[in-house]
Design a binder for this molecule. Structure first.
Ligand code: TNX
Length: 524
């Protein structure tokens, strides 16, 4: 204890070793050190908490958000345990209690951090904000025996190892990504993915809503975008039609928010716009509709930079999208604009980046936007495979912030190896150890940690059809990226991650989540 206080007083990282008194965790209960992403501080202690038929979930009185987190926890625990687990605001002291309390009053926890304490009488999660309570409950789920994830009743004892965890994120932004354009994934599939990513404390979901092969979000002022651009025959190979109505989108925003995930919408421009031009030929310079495209080429389409119709279109889309998006970011793409001249690209971004600000959002785009001086208050998504990029480094000195998605590390649509049946390989093969083996804070020369908002794991859909396909590519690499975004760099350790992942695998099996059984991992 005194060593811990001394270290804290000196501002040193506190690494707390289990004391001699700490018994091994109860049989079948994971150790406090088994959590993904690795918590900031873990202090195992003796004893354990037994979740039983009389356990109650107590939430901060007066907080509807804390109560909602408590209800979600109860819904996660009831099927396998069969216990009633009432969610209440006050409890008699004699009952075993899981408490979710606000007012942790500990600044280093920030908005998403939490403190979790486990002893024989109670599990107590304290946080400054409800987001921290949600994060703490995700940790608690991993501390219960894996059978907790069974959709049906399991007869066993439900113990949680004693001790405490203090946890908070390294980066504010941890993102996942779905490509709705190349293949439309339904709202139910998007929700299923949100359920899984939020378990690893991912807090943003970027939706790529338009590309050459399809347009997937209702825009009232340009209705043919979806009736034509999202209609039959759209998507890669013509087999990915569909679109989100505004009602669908609002419902997804709410569903994600309940899991502390913020939706980030993307409309890619000035390239990747063939589907919009098929629907509205006036978006081309010659006014002639191009043929619909269902192949996977990139870089052939461009909005007409000299036409005022283009800016009327772009402003309408940004305005309507901003109005249904409570989150701070609006992604305007900007990648692979090979059919736009450099001068036109700059002209376009100088007009469009400020439009995002006009509608109250922070502009977010692929790293090519760093070419534009107007990107200084925007966020650039680094997808380059190189570890130097002078253009992005120069933008950073002007104020541009960066989210790291290097394609050769963080792209979940890259094959694991040459035998992977799905995915692409233009950025290389990415096995789990490769996805885990980099540091977002030092990866690119001239992009210091102070300029980095976080990480994101794109998952492009050229080869993906079903939720099974999505899960197979995302798991187990998404937890690797989640750990790089959440956990302190000092916890980074491949053998530890590999062993925690191996122990986690059966949970996916119990939840019927498809995953790639990487040969790099000893699956339990
Ligand atoms: C490059 S990454 C693209 C996408 C493709 C992806 C496939 C980026 C900003 N653009 O258009 O879908 O590769 O991996």
């Amino acid at each position: 204890m005194s060593r811990m206080f001394l270290a804290a007083a000196l501002g040193l990282p506190v690494v707390v070793a289990p004391t001699a008194a700490s018994a091994a965790p109860p049989s079948g209960s994971p150790a406090l050190t088994s959590v993904i992403p690795a918590p900031a501080e873990v202090s195992p202690a003796s004893g354990s908490f037994r979740l039983g038929p009389l356990t109650v979930i107590r939430t901060q009185s007066g907080s509807a958000a804390a109560k909602a987190v408590g209800e979600q926890l109860a819904r996660a625990l009831r099927p396998s345990t069969g216990y009633p687990l009432p969610v209440v605001a006050i409890t008699p002291r004699v009952l075993p209690t899981i408490s979710l309390l606000l007012g942790a009053n500990e600044s280093r926890l920030g908005d998403e951090g939490y403190r979790l304490q486990v002893d024989a009488r109670a599990v107590t999660i304290r946080a400054n904000k409800p987001a921290g309570l949600f994060a703490g409950t995700q940790t608690l789920l991993q501390l219960l025996p894996k059978e907790i994830d069974s959709p049906t009743f399991v007869r066993r004892s439900w113990n949680v190892a004693g001790g405490s965890i203090v946890d908070f994120p390294r980066f504010a932004y941890r993102g996942a990504f779905m490509d709705e354009a190349r293949h439309f994934h339904t709202p139910a599939e998007i929700k299923a993915y949100i359920d899984e990513i939020s378990r690893f404390k991912i807090n943003h979901l970027h939706l790529h809503l338009a590309d050459d092969q399809g347009w997937r979000i209702q825009i009232d002022s340009w209705p043919k975008l979806t009736t034509v651009g999202g209609g039959p025959g759209t998507g890669v190979d013509g087999v990915g039609p569909g679109f989100l109505t505004k009602a669908d989108y609002r419902d997804l925003v709410r569903y994600a928010a309940a899991r502390y995930v913020t939706i980030v919408p993307e409309i890619d421009m000035p390239g990747h716009v063939n589907a919009a031009q098929v629907a509205y030929p006036e978006l081309t310079c010659d006014g002639v509709a191009p043929p619909p495209r269902t192949d996977t080429e990139v870089g052939y389409s461009s909005l007409c930079i000299s036409s005022e119709t283009t800016y009327r279109f772009v402003e309408d889309v940004i305005r309507e999208l901003a109005a249904i998006t409570p989150g701070p970011y609006l992604h305007i793409g900007g990648d692979e604009a090979h059919a736009t001249t450099d001068a036109d690209y700059l002209t376009f971004q100088q007009r469009v980046l400020p439009l995002v600000t006009k509608y109250g959002k922070t502009a977010y785009g692929w790293n090519e936007i760093a070419k534009s001086p107007a990107s200084s208050n925007a966020v650039a998504q680094y997808w380059d495979t190189a570890t130097t990029n002078p253009t992005v480094a120069a933008a950073v000195t002007r104020g541009t912030k960066v989210i790291m998605s290097p394609a050769n590390k963080a792209y979940l649509d890259m094959k694991y190896d040459r035998n992977t049946p799905l995915g692409l390989s233009w950025a290389g093969y990415i096995e789990v150890q490769t996805a885990y083996g980099w540091d977002p804070g030092t990866h690119v020369t001239g992009i210091p940690e102070s300029a980095i908002l976080g990480v994101e794991a794109p998952l492009w859909s050229e080869t993906l059809r079903s939720i099974d396909d999505i899960e197979f590519m995302a798991f187990p690499r998404l937890p690797a990226i989640a750990e790089l975004g959440w956990s302190p760099a000092t916890t980074h350790d491949w053998p530890s991650f590999a062993s925690r992942l191996g122990a986690y695998g059966p949970r996916w099996t119990l939840r019927d989540v498809n995953f790639y059984p990487s040969p790099q991992i000893t699956w339990q």
